[in-house]
Design a protein around this ligand. Structure first.
Ligand SMILES: C[S@@+](CC[C@H](N)C(=O)[O-])C[C@H]1O[C@@H](n2cnc3c(N)ncnc32)[C@H](O)[C@@H]1O
Length: 456
């Protein structure tokens, strides 16, 4: 919100896509529950939306805009009380108003949500953009993941497209006709059964439900290890249909940068905002890997002092940032505090049993005990290599403890030189350009380890 309000000029953006977090894995009735834990106590990514002092402030901000939006908020609150869902809507309302402000007069906004709260979000969007500016409810269908026992499998998300005015551009997209239709139309000299001319080369005008783009599976090469990552093809379709080359696309909840990547690939300017340092850090790496772009992004530690400040302010984000600095290690999603595994990666991936590497991050002062701790974790995790990431300089005692863990040579043919089983990387080393020597690693979890099942 701060970035939106302070850094973006009015009418400067052509297309907004947003995919705000909503923990819809929880039972549907939980979103109606009144839950007083302040949002600030919950981790930003997992559970931003709880009724509390913060949500109450956003609600008042929304009310200050007056008019239709204030009336809508009052009505919703009368029905939803101080529930998690009301907190979500209260926080969303002023953001959507700001997003409308930064849109050009012929701009469009696409909000990605799911059936958990989509019907309420649409009421907000009607209030802010006007029902006359609603263009499409796009239904993105996918497969994979679990199924409930007592209902049909929930396998679609909803994207609401609103335009700021009737001048918003639209570039139709086309999909191939079915094989049967193609055959029929060919046999009738290019005319379908209803007598209309069909352009088989171009395909059919795309409908508002899409089932040809699947959600990202564990083994998708595109996966960056960021939860809730959306497929790039989905964003490419939205961007191609609703914006021109050279225009500007904004994603204010950009996660690992799917919109950024799609916009970059399609020659649009882009702005991405995310509250999580790890998200921005992953985008920095993705831009370099996929587009050869070296960028420095605001909010990412740029030197030792800012890294230390991050470690003090938010140890979780510091851990995630530190892990992301080591190529293809990914933060361990189940991490708790400073214990256990903070990062994980795989190498030797062509063999039947890929080898594992684990990382632990220590933000405070540490000694040789931290190295022994990592060795214990490696044994418990059946990991062949370990990296200890520390804030301060590495002491000779720590280096000696790491050296005594020996080296890893694989089957003897894999590496030019044996690799130390434990390496210590310090934040100082990182900013001095010294990095651990690791084998080439996979960007994703290999199928052999994941058992081939998509992550839930
Ligand atoms: C559902 S994810 C977006 C995923 C994204 N579409 C992608 O493909 O990677 C939602 C994102 O919103 C971010 N977020 C949560 N609260 C935020 C806030 N107040 N401001 C900016 N970003 C926020 C989270 O860190 C998370 O990355």
């Amino acid at each position: 919100m701060d970035v939106l309000r302070t850094e973006l000029s009015p009418e400067s953006v052509d297309l907004v896509y947003l995919d705000p977090p909503f923990n819809s894995d929880r039972q549907y009735n939980v979103i109606f529950r009144e839950d007083q834990q302040p949002a600030a106590q919950a981790r930003a990514f997992h559970d931003s939306w709880r009724w509390g002092p913060e949500a109450a402030v956003w609600y008042e901000e929304g009310m200050n805009y007056g008019g239709r939006i204030a009336e809508t908020l009052v009505g919703l609150r009368r029905f939803l009380n101080q529930s998690n869902l009301m907190a979500y809507l209260a926080m969303l309302a002023p953001r959507l108003i700001e997003l409308r402000r930064v849109l050009r007069p012929d701009g469009s906004l696409v909000l990605h949500c799911d059936p958990t709260a989509g019907h309420y979000v649409k009421i907000l969007l009607d209030a802010i953009f006007g029902p006359e500016n609603f263009r499409n409810e796009l239904v993105w269908c996918y497969r994979g993941g679990g199924v409930p026992r007592n209902a049909f499998a929930r396998k679609h998300d909803t994207l609401f497209w609103y335009a700021k005015s009737s001048n918003a551009p639209f570039f139709p997209q086309y999909e191939p006709y079915s094989a049967a239709s193609q055959q029929l139309v060919r046999s009738r000299g290019g005319v379908s059964i209803d007598g209309r001319q069909r352009d088989l080369e171009r395909g059919a005008h795309m409908t508002d439900w899409w089932s040809d783009i699947n959600s990202l599976q564990t083994w998708s090469p595109e996966r960056l290890g960021y939860p809730t990552q959306k497929p790039r093809a989905l964003l490419e379709r939205v961007i191609k249909a609703l914006s021109r080359e050279g225009s500007t696309v904004l994603d204010p909840f950009c996660g690992c940068g799917t919109t950024v990547a799609a916009a970059e690939a399609l020659n649009r300017n882009w702005v991405g905002i995310d509250i999580a340092v790890i998200a921005i850090s992953v985008i920095e790496r993705m831009l370099q890997d996929d587009f050869g772009l070296r960028v420095h992004i605001n909010g990412i530690p740029a030197d030792f002092e800012s890294a230390r400040a991050l470690a003090r302010r938010d140890p979780f984000q510091f851990e995630a940032w530190a892990v992301s600095k080591i190529t293809h290690l990914r933060p361990n999603k189940t991490q708790v505090g400073d214990r256990g595994v903070d990062g994980v990666g795989w190498f030797n991936v062509t063999s039947d049993s890929p080898s594992k590497i684990v990382a632990q991050v220590k933000g405070g002062q540490v000694g040789p005990a931290a190295v022994r701790d990592l060795l214990g974790t490696m044994q418990a995790e059946h990991a062949d290599l370990g990296v200890l990431i520390v804030m301060d300089r590495i002491t000779p005692h720590m280096a000696a403890a790491a050296a005594s863990a020996g080296v890893y040579s694989g089957d003897g043919t894999m590496f030019a030189r044996p690799i130390p089983r434990i390496q210590i990387a310090s934040v100082h080393d990182h900013f001095d350009g010294r990095h651990p020597v690791l084998p080439p690693m996979l960007r994703i979890r290999p199928r052999a380890v994941g058992g081939g099942n998509p992550e839930p």
